[in-house]
Design a protein around this ligand. Structure first.
Ligand code: ARG
Length: 400
């Protein structure tokens, strides 16, 4: 890309060190205007004063969008409906927020007359892929600038020097022990001492969760209500998606629930050690399964279960807006229509324990399933079982 053919760039801006440098660098290198864009997905960073800061660094405008409800409703909850868990362990907190952030990024770029978008993701991670695949899908006409893949700054120290040189206002300090990504669903930690996969995370690192050892000695009991696969209430109180997620995060976090420590396979082919805190998401996944256990047809559930690992992979790899994703989600959601009911969950020192499930549309028939004789003999006759097993066993004869 010749650096002159960009007139106005929309930059995903947090006000932190990297994106402050990028803002200035874009103006300097491309001779373009920069519109700053900030998405509030519940990262709890200071948003007040952000537009002033962006303008002080040279932005012509700064647009902040509150995406918390949309994030919970249209990204986190679909992942729960589809039991999306990457490599059996990662609940996808970051991966789910990226397409949403990028979708609004493209929209803001269009609304403000930009011909390009820029982001602060590095050239080694998944986030660059997720952002850019979303731009390709939704706004292919926009040029994409990824300064970390382009410039010769090599890390935080270089960024720091850059800020001093150009008198860019920053509050960051040079030492930043981890790469942290936070939103309404989770916090992720990578880098620093965690790059040694044998190095246990320091207790002081955690933000959303109390350590299981320090969690209360008395368990908490919560009722989670679901409608068509979506969490809708806690202890009988209806809540909006974002407030529900926020509430369950606090309850579960206090009991040390939802910590994960893993080495995962990034889409770009690298391995990466990550530590996550997903307190509420962990409880919602478990409670959702519990409600499914009495409301979902067996084979329908198993079909969905076959899709889940692939669904998680598509989310992880950034294919939220791909045609196969759309078809897969339609299948998953069709399967969720009857997933209505409540699960009772006990939270205790990092553990999540289902202690009950009930539903007005339950498929569980106590009489039919009972060990006691006599129940529902018209639908289930034990004599039928002998023929059933005999025929199932026919082809197994002699296999030792
Ligand atoms: N490894 C996780 C993922 O790919 C978390 C990434 C966190 N991103 C970040 N820029 N710190 O989804």
């Amino acid at each position: 890309m010749t650096k002159s053919n960009v007139k106005r760039v929309c930059l995903a801006y947090s006000g932190g060190l990297d994106t402050s440098v990028i803002l200035h660098w874009l103006i300097e290198q491309y001779g373009c205007e920069v519109v700053a864009y900030t998405a509030d997905v519940g990262q709890q960073e200071e948003l007040s004063g952000l537009p002033e800061k962006a303008k002080a660094t040279g932005a012509v405008d700064c647009i902040v969008r509150d995406l918390r409800e949309e994030f919970a409703r249209d990204y986190v909850f679909p992942a729960i409906r589809g039991c999306a868990i990457y490599e059996g362990t990662y609940l996808l907190g970051t991966a789910l927020a990226r397409p949403l952030i990028a979708k609004h990024h493209a929209e803001v770029a269009r609304d403000t007359g930009c011909d390009a978008v820029a982001h602060g993701a590095t050239g080694k991670g998944n986030d660059q892929v997720r952002f850019e695949l979303t731009f390709r899908a939704l706004a292919p006409e926009l040029k994409i600038i990824a300064p970390w893949r382009e410039w010769d700054l090599r890390g935080r120290a270089d960024c720091f020097d850059y800020c001093q040189k150009y008198e860019i206002p920053i509050t960051a300090t040079l030492e930043k022990p981890y790469s942290i990504d936070r939103n309404l669903m989770h916090i992720s930690f990578e880098g620093g001492v965690l790059e040694d996969p044998w190095h246990a995370p320091d207790e002081s690192m955690f933000i959303m969760t109390t350590s299981p050892e320090d969690a209360p000695d008395v368990p908490a009991e919560v009722l989670i209500g679901f409608e068509a696969g979506n969490p809708v209430s806690i202890d009988g109180e209806s809540l909006s998606p974002a407030s529900l997620l926020d509430r369950i995060n606090k309850i579960a976090g206090a009991h040390g629930v939802g910590r994960v420590d893993m080495v995962e396979n990034r889409f770009v082919g690298l391995r990466s050690r990550g530590v996550y805190e997903t307190p509420g998401g962990t409880v919602l996944h478990a409670a959702h399964r519990a409600v499914e256990s009495i409301t979902l047809d067996r084979d329908l559930m198993h079909e969905r279960d076959r899709l889940s690992p692939r669904f998680a992979e598509l989310i992880y790899n950034g294919f939220w807006f791909a045609p196969e994703m759309k078809a897969m989600r339609a299948m998953i959601d069709a399967a969720q229509q009857n997933v209505t009911g409540e699960a009772r969950v006990k939270l205790y020192k990092g553990g999540v324990h289902i202690t009950g499930r009930r539903s007005p549309v339950s498929l569980y028939d106590a009489a039919e399933s009972s060990f006691e004789f006599g129940g529902a003999a018209d639908t289930y006759d034990q004599k039928d079982a002998s023929g059933f097993i005999k025929l199932q066993g026919l082809r197994l004869r002699g296999h030792r």
